[in-house]
Design a binder for this molecule. Structure first.
Ligand SMILES: *[C@@H]1O[C@H](CO)[C@@H](O)[C@H](O)[C@H]1NC(C)=O
Ligand SMILES: *[C@@H]1O[C@H](CO)[C@@H](O)[C@H](O)[C@H]1NC(C)=O
Ligand SMILES: *[C@@H]1O[C@H](CO)[C@@H](O)[C@H](O)[C@H]1NC(C)=O
Length: 295
């Protein structure tokens, strides 16, 4: 017993205890979820309300997978590229080369259209249009040449689209266009029964529709709100859920308007976190040892 009570042992125990306590605030530092499955969630996005930029509020949802929510549905997010500011989404009820599905619109809110619209290299192919369709008449100029591809090529090489010319024995018109067309005209107004979308379209000359990548690439802009200084100080950018005023989230118990004050992360983070049994036992041990030494 005498051996255990050397000052050196006590010293070691105190160091051990100090290390334990230091580790806690680091763990509770981020009040925001940083992953949904294997997709990282960083600024400007957020999953918990109050995380990320207020403009992007309520856009993502991590239920079973990561979903991007728009007025026309919940679209599965396949990836987010924070260097290029791209998000790839896939509409499971969209028609592609291999599957034909009932038509529906792709709608975004005004804010979404402004800050996270489909990219320039995302092409919307409007299929099986009636000859009265505005894009074949007054708004003909909205259709562009898509690397020399034609409707016949789509109807011919895709199993899903073959039905369009099988029934009529001719090729119903189609139109390759950009997001702005479907933004301002619903599929009913466009008078086309189906659409499909393809992204990364800059190098598709001579590539068969079977090899295109179907889905939508969204191009987001990151609000310039001084998030960097918050991040550098160890915080996570967020906002007040009532006023939507910007906040630098320093720990689960400290919010600051700009950046986290030096030391606040550790000092305040500690208070909010219940001590584990492990640490209490250690503390009790040290206390007892000191008492026994003194007696
Ligand atoms: C800090 O901000 C977050 C997000 O708005 C909020 O949930 C939390 O309650 C705030 N904490 C404090 C201590 O104000
Ligand atoms: C979350 O995404 C799912 C997609 O499966 C959707 O059904 C649900 O309505 C979404 N919830 C919210 C709160 O947006
Ligand atoms: C193609 O469009 C015509 C109307 O223009 C419609 O009657 C027909 O059902 C459509 N084809 C398919 C496969 O939906």
């Amino acid at each position: 017993m005498q051996l255990l009570l050397t000052p050196f042992t006590i010293f070691k125990l105190i160091i051990l205890l100090a290390l334990q306590l230091q580790a806690i605030p680091v763990l509770s530092n981020s009040p925001c979820k940083t992953f949904c499955g294997n997709i990282p969630i960083n600024y400007p996005f957020g999953l918990d309300d109050g995380c990320g930029a207020p403009q992007f509020r309520h856009m993502l949802n991590c239920s079973t997978d990561l979903f991007f929510q728009t007025p026309s549905g919940a679209y599965k997010v396949q990836s987010i590229d924070y260097d290029k500011n791209h998000m790839i989404i896939y509409d499971p009820s969209m028609s592609t080369c291999s599957i034909l599905q009932p038509h529906h619109d792709f709608l975004m809110t005004e804010i979404q259209s402004a800050i996270i619209p489909p990219s320039q290299d995302t092409v919307f192919a409007l299929l099986n249009c009636s000859i009265d369709s505005p894009v074949l008449n007054h708004y003909k100029y909205l259709c562009f040449d898509f690397s020399g591809h034609s409707c016949d090529e789509l109807y011919g090489s895709c199993n899903a689209f073959r039905v369009f010319h099988l029934l009529t024995n001719s090729s119903p018109p189609c139109c390759f266009t950009g997001y702005n067309t479907v933004k301002f005209m619903s599929m009913n107004i466009l008078d086309c029964t189906h659409y499909t979308t393809v992204f990364d379209t800059y190098n598709l000359k001579g590539v068969s529709p079977l090899d295109w990548v179907y889905g939508i690439k969204l191009s987001f802009s990151v609000p310039d709100t001084g998030c960097d200084s918050c991040r550098k100080s160890g915080g996570t950018c967020g906002f007040d859920t009532e006023t939507e005023g910007l906040l630098c989230l320093c720990s689960s118990s400290v919010n600051s308007t700009r950046e986290c004050a030096a030391g606040s992360v550790i000092a305040k983070g500690l208070k909010s976190y219940p001590w584990t049994i492990h640490q209490l036992v250690l503390l009790l041990g040290v206390f007892l040892l000191i008492m026994m030494r003194l007696l």
